[in-house]
Design a protein around this ligand. Structure first.
Ligand code: FMN
Length: 265
């Protein structure tokens, strides 16, 4: 019964958005956005853990190296971010899937690359604002087949699970943080809750950007405001899954309305 309800809800929600294909995004000239933070590694070692392991190893070999490694790690992201002060963090299941070969996760072609809808939108935001891209990734892999993903997402939402994150970023040099994600079950995916649980964005501005099949921003602004009471949370922007491929100009127009001029990088 639960399975049938799941399928019915998803069928209604995802009818237009599943497997959206190349739109304007596919013919868009390549724009590269700088990425920060560690990539998800094989297995379940987080980038923080692997950094710690590297530091510990250095410590054993030559204690003087420890200070160098630590200083470099602490100063590099802050120096990088000083350029724009803008972080564009995103989560998309396509970068968190357990099986790339058998997948029905939504994909869009952007700058000649297939990627999840949220990643494509994050690329547009980063390219236009000059912000640094950061992929929020989880230690656990999500199933990429829709029904299985729907069940998993619902189960972790019902349990209030905060999946452990596999990637980390030094947020100290950023004053504006765009957070881009798909709506899952009428709210933010649980990894986004993990992200807000992990970082304190007090005195920073958070701008939610979502992709969806009808829910828009859902409860994003109020949920983020509750999780980050010290931050200013702006109204944000959303694009329907099937429209993401052709949404670059709309996103840029919205960013322009926020005061961004584009062409920074
Ligand atoms: C588990 C799951 C739950 C979803 N729940 C909703 C929802 O409640 N409301 C909605 O409008 N879209 C919902 N969707 C649709 C996605 O938000 C939409 O397809 C989005 O474009 C996917 O972006 P992605 O390619 O980055 O995953 C859901 C999709 C999945 C996989």
């Amino acid at each position: 019964m639960k399975k049938m309800m799941t399928i019915a809800v998803l069928a209604a929600l995802l009818l237009a958005g599943c497997g959206s294909s190349a739109g304007d995004g596919g013919t868009r000239p390549a724009q590269t956005a700088r990425s920060v933070g560690g990539a998800k590694s094989e297995g379940t070692v987080s980038s923080e853990e692997s950094s710690e392991a590297a530091i510990n190893e250095a410590d054993e070999e030559d204690p003087s190296k420890t200070a160098d490694v630590t200083a470099a790690e602490e100063s590099a992201p802050a120096e990088e971010s000083a350029a724009s002060g803008i972080l564009v963090a995103y989560f998309t299941p396509a970068e968190n899937g357990e099986n790339d070969a058998i997948t029905s996760a939504s994909r869009v072609s952007f700058s000649g690359e297939d990627m999840g809808n949220a990643e494509a939108m994050a690329n547009v935001v980063a390219a236009y604002t000059g912000g640094d891209l950061f992929s929020i990734q989880t230690v656990k892999d999500y199933p990429l087949e829709y029904n299985a993903l729907a069940d998993e997402a619902k189960a972790e939402q019902d349990a209030g699970e905060l999946p452990e994150l596999a990637t980390a970023v030094d947020i100290s040099g950023y004053d504006t943080v765009f957070v881009v994600y798909p709506i899952w079950w009428y709210t933010m995916p649980q990894p986004i809750y993990s992200f807000f649980d992990k970082y304190d964005f007090s005195d920073k501005t958070i701008i939610p950007v979502t992709t969806h099949e009808g829910s828009g921003l859902a409860d994003s602004v109020s949920s983020i405001s509750a999780l980050e009471p010290g931050a200013a949370v702006l109204d944000g922007f959303s694009v329907k899954g099937a429209d993401v491929g052709g949404s670059s100009e709309d996103i840029e127009e919205w960013l322009n309305g926020l005061g961004y001029q584009g062409g920074i990088r």
